[in-house]
Design a protein around this ligand. Structure first.
Ligand code: ADP
Length: 239
């Protein structure tokens, strides 16, 4: 789906955020970018989304750039309009393009378990519910690629576990390819079909590993601990 070759990004002022990054995203991947804070993960996501361009190297999205609506973005903050209902927030990408989108917004809210909360303002929702609205907004236009930048980092652990399980199910159901940024080894081990471990600044892909496509049965069982061991060994091998 996407080939990145030798991509570097240096900001004015001299910070080299990314240095010669090589990465492929295959259709159907749940690719987790794992690395310490400041290693260039968000910069890499912005390059993938076409919001920024590399100074050297190239990105090739099936021969060109992503088309409108082909990429969805979810951030650590749910970034909802505080005065608009959950439904109006999810319908926003449609309205910005001159379409109503109400039916798609309601369906997307139902998919994330928020049927009945269409009229609620963000203030009336918990942090986990606001994040589910944000995921519904990203998925409603049916993107082919979903980019997620530490979306669960600010949530409590139980909520985080619930959202991770829900996200895995949604991604499988939509057949959407996902690139997910985190610095949590546990999150990577639960979600990923592939993990790319990044070095501290300047960010490079130091190691990649593939994990079984099936979700681990539970978080205390042997398949989850085997995944966690693999991720942990990959991270410590570069430390
Ligand atoms: P991460 O997401 O891994 O925490 P970022 O991609 O946000 O890392 O940032 C990588 C490095 O680039 C950091 O040192 C950050 O301060 C710097 N950086 C990010 N964006 C800019 C910018 N627009 N201008 C200057 N420096 C930036």
């Amino acid at each position: 789906m996407l080939v990145i070759e030798g991509a570097s990004r240096r900001f004015p002022g001299g910070t080299v955020a990314l240095e010669r990054v090589d990465l492929r995203v295959e259709r159907g991947d749940f690719l987790v970018l794992l690395g310490p804070s400041g290693c260039g993960k968000s910069t890499l996501l912005r390059l993938i989304a076409g919001l920024d361009a590399p100074d050297a190297g190239r990105l090739d999205w099936e021969g060109g750039r992503p088309g409108p609506g082909e990429v969805g973005f979810v951030f650590q903050d749910a970034t909802l309009l505080p005065w608009a209902s959950a439904e109006a927030n999810v319908a926003l990408p449609f309205r910005l393009r001159g379409a109503a989108g109400d039916g798609r917004a309601r369906a997307a809210l139902a998919e994330v378990g928020l049927a009945g909360f269409e009229g609620a303002r963000p203030r009336a929702l918990s942090g986990g519910m606001r994040m589910r609205v944000s995921i519904a907004r990203a998925l409603a236009p049916r993107p082919r690629l979903l980019l997620m930048d530490e979306p669960f980092a600010a949530l409590d652990e139980a909520t985080r576990h619930g959202l991770q399980a829900q996200l895995r199910a949604l991604v499988a159901e939509h057949g959407v390819t996902c690139v997910f940024v985190t610095h949590s080894l546990y999150e990577a081990a639960f979600l990923a079909t592939r993990v790319a471990v990044m070095t501290a600044r300047p960010g490079r892909i130091a190691r990649e590993l593939a994990l079984p496509a099936e979700a681990p049965a539970d978080r205390l069982g042997p398949d989850y601990s085997a995944r966690l061991r693999q991720v942990s060994e990959a991270v410590h091998a570069i430390a």
